[in-house]
Design a protein around this ligand. Structure first.
Ligand code: PFF
Length: 467
């Protein structure tokens, strides 16, 4: 089975269904779950939930996952499997077979550019977790106050040199595995990683039940107060539903292109979406009781997870061990996500005639360079807001701009275009055949692609950008 897993995710398996379905489907689920569970769940979800006021934002986010994200995931996997090419190649192929022209290939380009930009800053943020492994091992959290922990994070982000080292190291991990074609090894780690991560988060939740402000956190996360939900919050929730499921960035399309023809797209997508959501909500319950219990600010921003969890590790028995394990797991979770971001670009460069390893190196070096601008935007360029004149980008640093542009604009736009393509441009015969779903489910999917997803995305866009 292990060779099957390796083949399926490295693209060696081209004959659809040539291998036992159960093991290849598992390989796909592992790779897709590895892609979707990452910093988005543990770093981004809690901090944007804090910024956008909690309950109502969470509920809206869950609605977006179920009504838009999950069906779009099915679409994206289907488009990839149907074409068996890189995302750019796949959208061109699908466009050509359905319209005779390759105009819709632009959707693949948007997705690949999105993955590239995300990879550039994702590597910097994943790099934050590496020194926290070192801190945890060295016992730096033991008995530390919230201020002292905050200081650890503060001194990290204010140092361009340190950030560069960790960013470089993380990018090397990503490019190295992708170039060497041993990604299946990392992806197989998802099998124990995901349960281990879930157990670690549950342990923190357990710790919080005894020591944290659990009641306050539960109320914050699950009691919706819709007066707190702004149009901007809705856009962020929708954007995050795409980000956390790795949608509209080619990752799911690339992985779908290795999926055997007879595997159930619907079942695999539902499994991945459920895992992803459970991990995000558990991370919320691990973090917010510590926030409220220590008088911290829920809207503290991107440093939230790094400023909260170490407080608990510093106080609990076995905290050195658990703290170390947690940050190692966080790095691996980010790693399996960053591999999938690189995949869309590496696969495309491979189609263009580069070798697999050259493609991965070229894309990785370019993303590393762009990532350096994120490194500087955290310190020496922290007052540099290049698009200040545009209201939407007012006060945003380069890092903020990359994040906003990808999650809140490119991803929903890419999702909208994929939905329109699959729902309106593709013939029903082609989409039904490529999805291979029961009739009733296909009908639900079609209504979502044709009406629900485009309307929801457009309404939220208009509410944010018109006037
Ligand atoms: N889903 C990943 C996370 O939640 O951390 C982020 C991500 C991975 C986005 C892969 C896009 C992508 F192509």
């Amino acid at each position: 089975m292990s060779t099957t897993a390796a083949d399926a995710v490295s693209g060696v398996t081209t004959g659809a269904g040539a291998r036992p379905t159960w093991s290849t489907r598992l390989a796909f689920i592992l790779a897709a779950a590895g892609s979707s569970v990452g910093l988005g769940n543990i770093w981004k979800f809690p901090y944007i939930t804090g910024e956008y006021g909690g309950g109502a934002f969470v509920l809206f986010y869950l609605g977006c996952i179920a009504a838009i994200g999950l069906p779009v995931m099915m679409t994206e996997v289907m488009l990839g499997r149907r074409a068996r090419r890189s995302p750019i190649g796949a959208m061109r192929y699908n466009s050509e077979t359905e319209t005779g022209g390759h105009r819709w290939g632009v959707v693949g380009i948007i997705a690949t550019v999105t993955a590239f930009i995300i990879l550039s800053f994702y590597s910097v943020v994943a790099g934050w977790a590496l020194p926290f492994v070192v801190h945890a091992v060295g016992g730096a959290f033991t008995g530390a106050s919230a201020e002292e922990i905050g200081g650890l994070f503060g001194s990290l982000v204010s140092s361009p040199g340190e950030l560069t080292i960790w960013h470089t190291l993380f990018m090397l991990l990503t490019v190295g595995v992708s170039a060497a074609g041993v990604r299946a090894g990392v992806e197989r780690a998802v099998r124990w990683l995901m349960p281990a991560l879930a157990v670690m988060l549950l342990m923190l939740v357990g710790y919080n039940v005894a020591n944290g402000a659990m009641g306050e956190a539960v109320a914050f996360l699950f009691q919706p107060d819709f007066s707190k939900l702004s149009a901007e919050g809705m856009l962020a929730a929708m954007g995050h539903s795409f980000f956390t499921l790795s949608l509209a960035s080619g990752a799911m399309m690339a992985y779908g292109s290795y999926l055997p023809g007879n595997a159930s797209i619907a079942r695999a997508s539902v499994t991945v979406a459920i895992m992803d959501t459970v991990i995000a909500l558990t991370a919320g319950l691990a973090i917010f009781p510590i926030v409220f219990g220590n008088g911290l600010e829920p809207g503290a921003g991107p440093g939230l997870v790094f400023q909260t969890l170490p407080i608990a590790f510093g106080k609990m028995p076995g905290g050195v061990f658990f703290g170390t394990l947690f940050f190692v797991l966080l790095v691996v979770a980010a790693w399996t996500s960053s591999l999938s971001m690189l995949e869309s670009q590496a696969a495309w460069l491979e189609e263009k005639g580069l070798s697999r390893s050259t493609g991965a190196i070229v894309a990785g070096v370019a993303a590393w360079l762009v990532g350096m601008t994120t490194v500087f935007s955290l310190n020496i360029w922290s007052d540099f807001a290049p698009l200040d004149a545009v209201p939407m980008f007012e006060g945003k640093t380069l890092f903020d701009i990359y994040d906003f542009l990808t999650a809140n604009i490119f991803m929903p736009l890419g999702g909208l275009l994929m939905a329109v393509f699959a729902g309106w441009v593709m013939s029903r015969k082609a989409s039904a055949e490529a999805l291979g779903m029961p009739e009733w489910l296909y009908r639900v999917w079609l209504v979502i692609m044709r009406f629900v997803a485009p309307a929801a995305i457009l309404v939220i866009f208009v509410a944010n950008f018109a006037g």
